[in-house]
Design a protein around this ligand. Structure first.
Ligand code: ADP
Ligand code: MG
Length: 286
C-alpha cells in the first residue's frame, strides 16, 4: 500500500473533524467489521439534565447538598450537573474531609464528622444500604443513589439525551457493511437497552468495567474492531481496539491520548464518514 495515499486519507478525515494519528490507522479503519460504542458521552450528548430529586431518609435539598459535596471532586459527566443543581437552588455543597472516585461506580466521601457518603450506581450504594429500593425510571433515565452512613438519603434522576445524529450514524455504518454494532457501558442494563433501542443497536453489554470492555473487544476478533468512546474509563479499550476513536470535543484527555483517532467536531456521524473515507483511500492505495 502507498503511504502517500494514506496521508491523503488523513487529510480528508481531518477536514471533516476526525484527526487520524497515523496512516496505519486509515488502513485498519478500512477493514473494520464491527463497531463498539461507549454509551455516556459517546452515543449520548454527555450533558445530563436533572429530572428529579427523590427524598429518602433526608429531604431533597439535603440529598443535593450531600451529593454535590462528593461530586465536586469527580470528573464524571454526572458530577457537573449535580453540583450545578445544588448551586442553582442556592445550596452550598457539603464540606467533605475526603473524597475518592471509584471508577464505574461513583464517589465515596467522608464528612467532617466521619460519616461516610456514597454517590453512584445502585450496586455500589447497596453495599452500604442493605435492601436498597430501586427508583422507578422511564426510558433513558439513570438514577444516582446517595447514601449517608447506612441510610439511603435519596436519589437523583438524570437523563442524558441521545445525540440527534447517533441513529443515522449506526444506520450509515450498517450501510457500509459493518456486521456488528454493540454498546459497552458501565451503566445498568435497562438504561443501556433503552438507548440501544433508540439508536438501532441490538447488542448491549452493561455494567462493564474498563477491563471487561477490553475483554469484549478481544472476543470480537479476529475481525478488526473499532471502538468509539470518550471517558477516562474508555482509555484502556480505546488503546486495545484495532482502531480507537475518541469523542474529543468534551471527552477526557486520557481517552484522546489512548485512541488512534480523535473526533474534534462534537458530531458522531463523522465516525461513519471516516470509515467511508478510509475505504475509498485504501481502494486507491492498493
Ligand atoms: P459509561 O461506560 O456508560 O460511560 P461509566 O462507567 O462512566 O459509564 O459509569 C457507569 C455508571 O456508574 C454510571 O451510569 C453511574 O450510574 C455510575 N457513576 C460513575 N461515576 C459516577 C459519579 N461520579 N457520580 C454518580 N454516578 C457515577
Ligand atoms: Mg462515556
Amino acid at each position: 500500500a502507498a503511504p502517500v495515499a494514506f496521508m491523503g486519507g488523513m487529510s480528508r478525515t481531518a477536514r471533516i473533524g476526525v484527526i487520524v494519528k497515523n496512516g496505519g490507522a486509515i488502513e485498519t479503519l478500512s477493514r473494520v467489521r464491527s463497531v463498539a460504542f461507549d454509551k455516556t458521552g459517546t452515543l449520548t450528548r454527555g450533558r445530563p439534565e436533572i429530572r428529579a430529586v427523590h427524598p429518602g431518609s433526608l429531604p431533597a435539598d439535603e440529598v443535593l447538598v450531600l451529593a454535590a459535596g462528593a461530586e465536586q471532586y469527580s470528573v464524571h459527566v454526572f458530577a457537573a450537573p449535580i453540583v450545578a443543581a445544588a448551586h442553582h437552588r442556592g445550596l452550598r455543597p457539603a464540606e467533605v474531609a475526603e473524597a475518592a472516585e471509584v471508577a464505574t461506580n461513583g464517589v465515596q466521601a467522608t464528612l467532617a464528622d466521619g460519616t461516610e457518603v456514597r454517590v453512584g450506581k445502585p450496586a455500589f450504594v447497596a453495599e452500604r444500604v442493605p435492601g436498597l429500593r430501586r427508583t422507578p425510571l422511564t426510558a433513558g433515565e439513570t438514577a444516582v443513589y446517595v447514601s449517608r452512613g447506612d441510610e439511603l438519603a435519596g436519589t437523583i434522576v438524570l437523563a442524558d439525551p441521545v445525540r440527534p445524529e447517533a441513529r443515522g450514524t449506526v444506520a450509515a455504518l450498517r450501510g457500509l457493511g459493518i456486521e456488528r454494532c454493540a454498546i459497552l457501558t458501565g451503566d445498568v442494563a435497562p438504561t443501556a437497552e433503552s438507548i440501544a433501542a433508540e439508536v438501532g443497536i441490538d447488542t448491549v453489554h452493561a455494567e462493564c468495567t474498563p477491563s471487561t470492555k477490553v475483554d469484549l473487544v478481544a472476543a470480537a476478533r479476529p475481525r478488526p474492531v473499532l471502538m468509539v468512546g470518550d471517558g477516562i474509563n474508555d482509555a484502556p479499550v480505546l488503546a486495545a481496539a484495532d482502531v480507537g476513536i475518541a469523542m474529543g470535543a468534551r471527552g477526557a484527555t486520557a481517552a484522546s491520548e489512548a485512541a488512534a483517532a480523535v473526533v474534534t467536531a462534537d458530531d458522531i456521524s463523522t465516525v461513519a464518514q471516516a470509515v467511508a473515507i478510509a475505504r475509498r483511500t485504501v481502494r486507491i492505495a492498493l
